[in-house]
Design a protein around this ligand. Structure first.
Ligand SMILES: *[C@@H]1O[C@H](CO)[C@@H](O)[C@H](O)[C@H]1NC(C)=O
Ligand SMILES: *[C@@H]1O[C@H](CO)[C@@H](O)[C@H](O)[C@H]1NC(C)=O
Ligand SMILES: *[C@@H]1O[C@H](CO)[C@@H](O)[C@H](O)[C@H]1NC(C)=O
Ligand SMILES: *[C@@H]1O[C@H](CO)[C@@H](O)[C@H](O)[C@H]1NC(C)=O
Ligand SMILES: *[C@@H]1O[C@H](CO)[C@@H](O)[C@H](O)[C@H]1NC(C)=O
Ligand SMILES: *[C@@H]1O[C@H](CO)[C@@H](O)[C@H](O)[C@H]1NC(C)=O
Ligand SMILES: *[C@@H]1O[C@H](CO)[C@@H](O)[C@H](O)[C@H]1NC(C)=O
Ligand SMILES: *[C@@H]1O[C@H](CO)[C@@H](O)[C@H](O)[C@H]1NC(C)=O
Ligand SMILES: *[C@@H]1O[C@H](CO)[C@@H](O)[C@H](O)[C@H]1NC(C)=O
Ligand SMILES: *[C@@H]1O[C@H](CO)[C@@H](O)[C@H](O)[C@H]1NC(C)=O
Ligand SMILES: *[C@@H]1O[C@H](CO)[C@@H](O)[C@H](O)[C@H]1NC(C)=O
Length: 468
């Protein structure tokens, strides 16, 4: 009976262990965070097994058993290592190839798992920012070296708009190798071209930018309206100038390379000698325009002037007809209509001004009464004890949009400042005399404004109810 208790204990122990004697479930898993690989990489993909009876084996997509490392088998092989409870068998692939893509299987007895490895080659464009210059009338090819696997989706953009060659086949062709061909180049083709390359399977994106410039002959345009003169043989422009005033006649060209400008006065349809006086002809350094500063000392300064713009691609010219024009009348009244910290708003009236009616564009303008096209405001800060200093004071040019809209807002201005204000009207020929419009002030800030509103309210209340 002495050893009876231990025996019972032993029996109890065995009994309590019994349910655990049923072997735990065998499991097997391929431990791969990602199954998308880039060509040339070296990878170790682990297969983890637990409670397995049979050994873990790897099978290639063609169903072949993967051997252990040997001199003959040194690129794709398995490595056997045991870990305390489970078993980890890595599949090692050196310099992975596109042909390694496919369904790989890890197997042990009747346990198995299959994973599809995707092997791709990311597009790698070496020169991703290039500049290119084409020639007017010729074509140019913009390459996009999108060589990769799987084949990427390539889309070309010009200045953010997608290029669809099928919609404009005369202008564009996109070749099977993704080269964009632009035909019959002209100045409008100048811009930023971007080829966007996407490989969805590899979650890869890249792009290439091409800055395209085009050598072309000068194209003349009106710098006020930004309109290109239509391509007739003789380009002309009517210009009005006030006797005794200075009139700037501007000749503007889009050209690559930048053009040289020449100005001529014309007599009976023929050019006089070129005007070269540096006080009279002022050409911008970048070649975008040339200004003829005409001082209309007497009637003989009216007439025809020719401007020509020339570069090695060609030449264009325009004839300006400089006609006598009347000086406009100044406005009648100017009133401050609103103010805040940054802007001043004025109400300007001009009863004798000839305003354009919005519906009818004047066919032949009356040179004696040209339409008023806008106002020029000038503002200079008030200095107590000094007269207004207009020298170099900023000017604000506003356009009259309709005769019944008489309010004009100026800004940005410095806050809490009192300004002297003057205004003049302008027409195609020039400007009227100035109308002095007194002083106007920008406000300090919102707090001061509400304080003054409060003051007004208090004042009004006192007026309404009277002092007690
Ligand atoms: C891999 O297996 C999946 C599922 O069976 C199948 O859809 C896919 O086509 C296979 N991939 C290859 C490359 O055979
Ligand atoms: C796997 O094989 C074991 C014996 O090796 C067997 O007991 C089990 O039922 C099998 N499981 C499946 C799902 O076939
Ligand atoms: C792309 O190619 C260049 C040169 O050919 C190489 O230096 C670079 O590492 C490559 N980049 C990638 C992401 O493969
Ligand atoms: C691309 O090239 C242009 C002109 O060569 C240059 O102005 C620009 O800064 C470059 N951009 C980048 C991102 O390198
Ligand atoms: C005319 O152009 C010259 C030079 O650009 C400039 O200094 C002058 O202020 C302009 N005059 C007028 C009336 O616009
Ligand atoms: C001042 O008034 C102008 C015109 O009413 C408005 O456009 C502007 O936003 C205002 N600025 C501030 C700081 O309130
Ligand atoms: C502008 O001033 C005129 C004349 O003083 C007046 O008739 C008109 O109502 C004012 N317009 C506005 C919007 O204040
Ligand atoms: C100019 O035209 C306007 C509007 O048609 C008219 O009120 C004004 O009297 C004219 N001025 C001259 C000088 O003819
Ligand atoms: C100004 O006049 C035009 C028509 O001449 C009208 O359509 C518009 O509503 C008017 N605007 C105002 C602010 O009265
Ligand atoms: C008012 O001032 C702001 C600067 O605070 C400026 O951006 C805006 O153009 C001005 N508004 C007008 C109508 O001039
Ligand atoms: C007013 O101008 C001063 C200095 O120019 C600046 O420090 C201040 O912030 C301005 N106040 C407002 C409300 O814009």
């Amino acid at each position: 009976m002495r050893w009876c208790i231990p025996a019972v204990l032993f029996f109890a122990l065995v009994c309590s262990v019994r349910p655990d004697e049923v072997l735990p479930e065998p499991t097997l898993r391929i431990m791969a965070r990602s199954t998308v690989y880039n060509v040339g990489e070296t990878k170790a993909i682990f297969c983890k097994g637990e409670n397995l009876v049979e050994p873990i084996q790897w099978y290639s997509p063609s169903g072949k058993l993967v051997e252990e490392r040997s001199t003959k088998n040194s690129r794709v092989f398995v490595e056997r290592k045991t870990e305390d409870n489970g078993v980890l068998v890595p599949l090692i692939i050196h310099r992975i190839k596109i042909s390694d893509g496919g369904n790989w299987t890890c197997k042990a007895g009747n346990q198995s798992e299959t994973k599809e490895f995707i092997v791709g080659e990311k597009v790698n464009i070496t020169d991703r920012n290039v500049t290119l210059e084409g020639e007017e009338g010729k074509s140019v090819k913009l390459t996009c070296e999108a060589n990769g696997y799987p084949l990427p989706v390539v889309v070309w953009y010009k200045d953010k708009h997608q290029i669809r060659d099928k919609e404009d086949p005369k202008k564009y062709t996109i070749k099977p190798d993704n080269t964009l061909e632009i035909k019959k180049l002209n100045h409008a083709d100048v811009g930023l071209y971007v080829c966007k390359v996407r490989q969805k399977a590899l979650s890869h994106y890249t792009e290439k930018t091409v800055h395209l410039s085009v050598q072309h002959k000068p194209i003349l345009y009106n710098s006020d309206t930004q309109m290109i003169y239509t391509n007739t043989k003789y380009k002309t422009e009517e210009v009005y100038a006030i006797l005794g005033d200075t009139k700037n006649v501007t000749c503007s060209a889009i050209a690559n390379p930048p053009p040289t400008y020449k100005w001529f006065k014309r007599n009976n349809g023929y050019d006089d000698d070129a005007i070269t006086d540096s006080d009279t002809v002022i050409t911008s350094e970048d070649g975008t325009n040339s200004v003829l500063v005409l001082r209309i000392r007497d009637e003989s300064y009216y007439g025809e002037y020719r401007c020509s713009a020339t570069n090695d691609k060609g030449s264009e010219s325009i004839i300006f007809h400089v006609n006598p024009g009347s000086k406009p009348l100044p406005p009648d009244t100017v009133q401050l209509a609103g103010a805040n910290t940054t802007n001043l708003t004025f109400n300007v009236t001009c009863s004798s001004c000839n305003f354009a009616t919005p519906d009818e564009v004047p066919e032949s303008p009356d040179p004696k009464n040209l339409t008023v096209i806008g106002y020029i405001f000038q503002l200079t800060p008030l200095k107590l004890g000094y007269p207004a200093d207009w020298d170099g004071a900023p000017e604000f040019r506003v356009d009259i949009e309709s005769a019944n809209n008489t309010l004009f807002t100026l800004g940005p201005l410095s806050n809490s400042t009192v300004f002297h204000v003057r205004v003049r009207t302008r027409n195609a020929a020039g400007n009227s005399e100035w109308l002095e419009a007194g002083n106007a002030a920008t406000t300090d800030d919102a707090i001061r404004l509400s304080a003054s509103l409060l003051l007004i309210t208090v004042t009004m209340c006192m007026r309404m109810f009277g002092p007690f």
